[in-house]
Write a new protein. Structure first.
Length: 163
């Protein structure tokens, strides 16, 4: 019996590099949510586990206006923390505005929130806003300190790569 335990432990250690390499050290967040019945946010962002090499897109639409006002941007940074057995994953991403409503001076779109997990009783959260300040450079995303508003329509999915 003792030999079997040692053998299984050795096999697990041999398989560990395959598990780690399958992760590729990439953090990511995907979300398609509606907030307060009038704001639609779509986010798809990726970065290395260190928060560099960020890429992706963010779309922020205010549907209460006629016509809808939409801002689009390219992700410049992504920071993810958490995602343990007892802690929800939290993210903060910022996009440089590439398309905005006429006359609008926004330079960046900020999106932050949480992924409560597949079996959690609490909802995911999300918040988004535009800013006249430029987006931070790659690797300089703020640490997520806010959780946002509960998501009642849509979902946020966060992947925090292994350390």
């Amino acid at each position: 019996m003792k030999r079997l335990v040692i053998l299984l432990s050795a096999l697990a250690l041999l398989a560990w590099p395959a598990v780690v390499s399958a992760d590729h050290g990439t953090d990511s967040v995907r979300g398609n949510v509606r907030l307060f019945g009038q704001i639609e946010v779509n986010v798809s962002a990726r970065s290395s586990q260190a928060g560099s090499d960020a890429s992706g897109r963010v779309t922020f639409t205010n549907t209460i206006t006629d016509p809808n006002q939409t801002w689009r941007g390219d992700v410049t940074c992504l920071r993810i923390v958490g995602a343990t057995a007892t802690t929800a994953a939290t993210f903060y991403t910022v996009a440089r505005v590439t398309d905005a409503p006429p006359g609008d001076f926004a330079q960046s779109i900020h999106v932050f929130g949480t992924d409560a997990g597949k079996f959690a009783q609490a909802p995911d959260t999300l918040a988004a806003f535009t800013s006249s300040l430029p987006a931070p450079p790659d690797g300089a995303c703020p640490v997520p300190t806010f959780s946002g508003s509960p998501v009642s329509d849509g979902e946020v999915t966060i992947h925090n790569s292994l350390p």
